[in-house]
Write a new protein. Sequence first.
Lengths: 345, 288, 412
Amino acid sequence: MSRTAGKGDVAALIFGVALMLIMPMLISTYTLTVLVIYGMLGLSLGLIWGFGGILCFGQAAFFGLGAYTYAVAAINIGESTLPMLLSILVPALFAALLGAMMFCGRLTDVYLGVITLVVTLILFKFTNSTAGPQYKIGEARLGGFNGIPGFHTLNVPGQPNAYIWGEPLYYVCAVALLVVFFFVTWLLRTPFGRIAVGIRENETRVSLMGYDVRARKTALFAIGAGIAGLAVGLFANWAEIVTPGLFSLGQSAEIIIWCIVGGLGTRFGPILGAAGLAYLKFMLGQQTMVDNTLITGIILVMFVLFLPKGIVPAVTSLWTVSFAKRTPKGRRHRSSARRRGGAHG
Amino acid sequence: MDLSFVILVEILYGIASLALISAGLAVVFGMMKVINLAHGEFMMMGGYATITAVNLGVNVFVAMLIVAPLVVGLIGLVVERLVIRHLYGRLVDTMLATWGLSLFFVGSVTMIFGNTTTSITTPIKGFSVGNYQINGYNFFIIFITICLLAGIYVLLKTTRAGLIARGTMQRSDIAAALGYSPDRIYMATFFFGSALSGLAGAVLAPLVGLVPTSGGIYIAKAFITVIAGGPSLIAGLISSAGLFGLVNQVFTFAISPVIGEVALLVAAVILLRLLPQGVTARFFKGKM
Amino acid sequence: MTVLNRRKFLGRGAALTGTTLTGAAMMPGFALAADTIKLGSILDTSGPFDAYGKPMDMAMRLAVSQINAAGGLLGKQVEVISYDTQSDMALYTQYGQQLTRKDRVDVVHGGILSASREAIRQTMRKTQTLYFYNVLYEGGVCDRNIFINGVTPAQQVEALVPYAMEKAGKKVYILAADYNYGQYMASWIKKFVADNGGETIGVDFFPLDVSDFGSTIAKIQTAGPDLVIAPLVGGNHLSFFRQWAAAGMKDRIPLASTTLGVGNEHKVLTPEEGNGIMVAYNYSQELDTPENNAFKEAWAAANDGDQSMHEIAVSNYHGLLTWAEGVRKAGSLDRDAIIAALETGVSITGPGGVVTVDPKTHHAVLDVHLMEIQDQRMRVIKSLPQRQPIDTQAVCDLEANPDDNTQYEIQI
């Protein structure tokens, strides 16, 4: 990766903007909005797992936490700007605390996965059991299993009555995704990002070089959670209801699967995986011939067997094999293959 | 006095059921390093196998203890040959594949059996302890779990097959050099693990209603128990199930079922923070 | 530009093929709009809630085919556009938008959980699409755009509690599902227990994923009630009834429930486990009325002899009939005309008896039957005709405030 913003970035920007403008002609914007939001959520895990090597089973915890933060804050404040900021900050802070606890305990690998999973389950069980009238934060009833409907949705900052919804909401989300994408790109080029990747490759070596591995992992973890928080702030505005289902095991697994299907260790892969699989689910719901879970299951198994590296790396390597000269692209691909094998050890 | 006996039985039952639902996963994940997200669905299919067999006139105990493990073991065998065997050593990919499998099983069972809850009657009558009525089936579950753990221990520790399996899991290249086929051994171990899951599902089936999605409630608990247990299979299962089962039941009695579940989860977080590699990485080292 | 338009057009055609009942599926949507009435249906027909959703879907299709066989409505055939939300709340939002903005349906029937209703209710209101929610629920929704015909807590409990207390005794223990419905239900039970001179000695709430009730059963025995009322919900909670029987409690303390059997759960319990449990609903397969017999026959004929109809499926069927009656009466498909027609107190006679629209609340006045489970059937003990939705009536008056748009929490 080159250090400065090069041709690749300009191309990516043009491609992104073009995609943002063209997609509404193919798919209705209300569906696109959620695809974009899921893309951002996929990217948040793609960053901390694909580049930081932190397998987080609990990305849904940040997703749900952000959603409840937004809903509770929006009901109490009645304006969306501060709640949006809170929905980014609260998950990030929570992740920083959780990360500090985990990484200082030198938890790694699946043990880390289990802790994040357990934290998600605790939050799920808690929100699920808040149906009683005693669970109230300010004006907002937590509502248990049924969730919180009817909160104030996104408005133009400072003008509580100028709601942003429908088509404009899509463009807000799409631009936010572009911003996050380039933020991640930038982050990975900074020394911080390079060291994060170094930690993924060999934690001991990096720590022997004198870097504080724990602090760096915690920071990366918090950034990922913040991105998930932004995604869910937008999600809450799109769905107009938040439910404990956001914290569920299924939601967590889905985010992980988006990353694997799209391609781990790439920036574009998780976005593509998320949007693609969510759209597939949406399309499947329109047919009634075969049970939908069955089809989704078969597709996932096929993926592991035939496209084990995910879509983006597969396409990249196909491209490399058929067109490109033996450029650095090929090298990058090989290193990503090694990494996935290494996840085991 | 009567009450404390009832509570004691409930605590033992809590521990036993936790160990029971985790045993299959302990083999598949603990030994083979396959993150089997379809573990719950294997249990669910064990339950359906039992109910189908009982409806066909098979004795309920035969159905639970023989038919269900065999059926689920065979399903596991097919799955291993078609999918899992390509994925050994690829921890993350096993996760995606087994998640896909779990959805596939939920979908297929829905198509075959429909989505209404099905179940069979508990085969053992309740009885009284002083003023209290107590579920006789609890004792059966405790008994089965003890037998099962003892059985696994004997199998792995004292038989040649167990020795070969353990050796292969540690160094499959050496095992191959000694003339054993790791491929076959992995296959057999996966069969064994699936059969254990099927057995657990079958034994629990009379207590809980079965729907195609009921596997989902077990997977997280089983995972937490296995991982908190650490590298030793039996000692790990007993210690983590013992701790979590105790915490869960005590809080359930004292406050409510939700708090009981949350207490279990909090205990897991604290435990893993203190013993990051699981209980048996620190204590009972080198035991089975 | 033309290329894009063609794709969009093809996409639309493809989306319709999977879902339409009529043979004209390949024609683009706008061409159909003129000669059929579009009915949107949005239900979980796969995933954990499909035990409720699938029979509801069958009931909806049965009603539509009967309406069409009888010549349709206003001389037009009814066309179904249905989506499977796969028990995923986010999909409700998406398909709700799809139905109202892209398919532009004339009416939407559907939603199962209260969360799913709240996920689409505002969309329906914003786009002025008439919405029917046909499920037994916790009550209190006050919105002129929605019609609800499921029984509400007061309608059930008002009948069930006095009967059960007379039979069992005055000390009551409540075990309720821990979500809104269960919470409301528990407070209504407490109220009626007190009104009938009894005492509630314990209330426990269980999240929907709890399936182990061993310690609870011990706890209940410590309290020693005369009667246990259990509004527990779903497959996991069904374990309670089996574990209760397995512990030998069934002959010691009688049980009543306001939810057991809604998804045909009583057919799953063996006679030893289920016999004697007291319930109260609008529908039972055992109702011996000409309407119900005809309904069961038509259902079996349409679904290869299947008999999986249950309370909510019948509610969905009632909802379809009520809407059709409203359209006939209004003589047009205009939303306001249909609402006005329905508000005259339209009445239909369905498998569950006479169902009348309550103009004040847009809820239903309906028969409630006291029943006892006997050999996997719900034996009707007593029928209480035409119960008013008194809980929602206490908070909601759409005649006085037609712009109301809230779900009230009913204070007792």
